[in-house]
Design a protein around this ligand. Structure first.
Ligand SMILES: [Zn+2]
Length: 111
């Protein structure tokens, strides 16, 4: 994997490997391919002040995820049951998949 390459996709299971939420595991809920960042469910929460709207008629302060740099995240292999390094493989039909460098298992997000 090239340094800084954003290989994460929506619904990936990842572990946080650096920062205040180190060790937390969560699902990728948003990716930012241009700046190598991703949001992970319930990780790196920040307080946001909001105005009243349809969802939140009171307004006020809500907790929401802030994006993390992908270098702070590692993809989890379900077979290894832990964070692993990822390799890329091109299948016979030309599609690219991510594979676990440890066990060789294909890692694809389950929607
Ligand atoms: Zn594996």
């Amino acid at each position: 994997m090239q340094a800084g390459k954003n290989y994460l996709r929506l619904n990936d299971q990842v572990e946080v490997i650096a920062g205040k939420d180190k060790g937390r595991v969560g699902k990728v809920v948003q990716v930012y391919p241009d700046n190598y960042k991703a949001k992970v469910q319930n990780v790196n929460m920040v307080k946001r002040h909001t105005k009243p709207n349809m969802q939140n008629q009171q307004g006020g302060i809500i907790d929401m995820e802030a994006p993390l740099h992908v270098s702070n995240l590692m993809l989890i292999c379900s077979k290894c049951a832990g964070p692993v390094r990822v390799a890329r493989k091109i299948l016979e039909n030309g599609s690219k998949v991510r594979v676990c460098k440890r066990c060789g298992e294909t890692i694809e997000a389950k929607a």
